[in-house]
Design a protein around this ligand. Sequence first.
Ligand code: HEC
Length: 187
Amino acid sequence: MANDEQYSQETQDSKLMIDHDYDGIKELDNPPPPWLMYIFYASIIWSVFYVFYYHVYDGPTQIDEYNTEMAEAEAQRPVNTFDENNIALLTDEASMAEGLKLYGSKACDACHSASNIGPDLTDNFWINGGSIADVFKIIKYGKAEKGMTPFQSQMTDEQINQVSSYILVKMKGASTANTKGPEGDEI
Ligand code: HEC
């Protein structure tokens, strides 16, 4: 049995044997398996359609697709219904709760409390003005040269309004760990 198998293997090998000899090393002409060849042929056929679609008939390039997706995303972006010119102070409890949450989650207190990096936000003294529009603006656009981060990419205008209102309604007059003392003008 083992001999038969060996025999049939040898006859098969001799059929595949390529007609040359490298210092006694012989090579068989083993064809790749059919499934691999099918994938190969399919990709050649595919490439013909591909070339015609994208290079002859001007199918969308990656840049075109990117631009289309950006335009779609832009269209979905919520339109701001207010900005610093027509903003109004919020006082409802839901906004106050959101404001408090944002004040913690955006790490405002890292600079505005015990570390004394930023000014005290609980007194009546304001460097950049103490109206809701002023507070909104400094949080939205920041003041990089003084170390105040612009938050416009991290919060929506609505969220900035909530945290600004929270500062003016709830924090002003409350006690704080900030011991920098008054900075700016009393308002
Ligand atoms: C990296 C430190 C840092 C972080 C974080 C930070 N601030 Fe400030 N902030 C400052 C500094 C410094 C100033 C002072 C800017 C100046 O001199 O005008 C400032 C100024 C302000 C002012 C104006 C104060 C005034 O007297 O005019 C407000 C309001 C304020 N920050 C709110 C926030 C809020 C809200 C957050 C979180 C969303 C925040 N800040 C996060 C450093 C920081």
